[in-house]
Design a protein around this ligand. Structure first.
Ligand SMILES: Nc1ncnc2c1ncn2[C@@H]1O[C@H](COP(=O)(O)OP(=O)(O)OP(=O)(O)O)[C@@H](O)[C@H]1O
Ligand SMILES: [Mg+2]
Length: 268
């Protein structure tokens, strides 16, 4: 469904992504795991066509995103759903209106058809009956489910999820994880899930990609990742503070920063 070759994204002097070669298969749940700052969100934004790479290519179902027209890119985006990290619901609209929003924006469907489609999506995420509630009246888990229903509204081929379970209690997180898995299997869509929740990620993944400092350091089935003997992978999976993955990404020595050596930010 999606393939990248040599995908690189540089911000200033930070390589957020460095030579990423990956394939996302149709009908599968691909989970992108990685610590803070490893480049997960950047990768998701590039794959969704929301940003352009510094170099390298992204093929979306045989079309090179760098080569196609703006109009075509817009058409492709309609085949993609996105669940943003903080749900990004429109606060002045009801649950119903939030889910109906993409349909009203991008289609000329009659209100009765839109009503049927919204009702189906809300049923799918277990929130039928909550149509008239406002986002401020929802719990975090419910808001994520509404955002999920909205992401599904246009029956997308691919859905990108940025941290779909972060900030949720274990039960709500489990509900979202199984919804992602179930929906992917039942509707044969393709899901790309970015998360730092190792267990939830490994549980629902058909394919796992582990990022570290903008590079892919491991990929494969959940079991392959769990059984990897790469010490960086093991540190990440076990959540150990000490190991080859440093807590700090500072480029300069601590003592140099403390003593104002050239190249350091002066405090005076
Ligand atoms: N718009 C931007 N401008 C400058 N640097 C950026 C920008 N976006 C990301 N970066 C840098 O790219 C690197 C990767 O960031 P990214 O947001 O992709 O990480 P992440 O894996 O999603 O982290 P987290 O788990 O904390 O969300 C970081 O060093 C970040 O500072
Ligand atoms: Mg992120």
């Amino acid at each position: 469904m999606i393939e990248t070759k040599g995908l690189t994204k540089i911000y200033g002097n930070v390589a957020a992504l460095d030579d990423i070669n990956l394939q996302i298969k149709s009908g599968e749940v691909t989970v992108i795991l990685g610590g803070s700052g490893s480049g997960k969100t950047t990768l998701l934004r590039l794959l969704a066509g929301l940003e352009t790479p510094t170099s390298g290519s992204i093929m979306f179902a045989d079309e090179d995103l760098a080569e196609i027209s703006q109009k075509r890119l817009y058409e492709l985006r309609l085949r993609v759903g996105m669940l943003f990290q903080y749900s990004a619901l429109l606060n002045s609209l009801t649950v119903y209106e939030n889910v109906a929003f993409p349909l009203n924006e991008h289609t000329d469907l009659d209100d009765t058809i839109i009503h049927t489609m919204v009702t189906m999506k809300l049923e799918q995420v277990g929130l039928r009956g909550f149509e008239e509630m406002m986002p401020s009246q929802l719990s975090g888990g419910m808001a994520k489910r509404v955002a999920f229903a909205r992401a599904l509204a246009m029956d997308p081929q691919v859905v990108f999820f940025d941290e779909p379970t972060s900030g949720l209690d274990p039960i709500s997180a489990g509900v979202i994880s199984s919804l992602i898995h179930e929906t992917t299997v039942k509707t044969r869509m393709t899901s790309v899930v970015v998360t730092h929740d190792v267990q939830a990620g490994l549980d629902i993944a058909d394919h796992v990609i582990l990022l570290w400092q903008g590079r892919v350091i491991a990929e494969g089935k959940s079991n392959t990742i769990k059984n990897s003997d790469d010490p960086r992978v093991q540190q990440f999976i076990e959540g150990r503070p000490n190991g080859p993955i440093p807590f700090s990404r500072s480029q300069t020595a601590y003592i140099d920063d403390l003593t104002h050596k050239p190249g350091c930010v002066r405090l005076d």
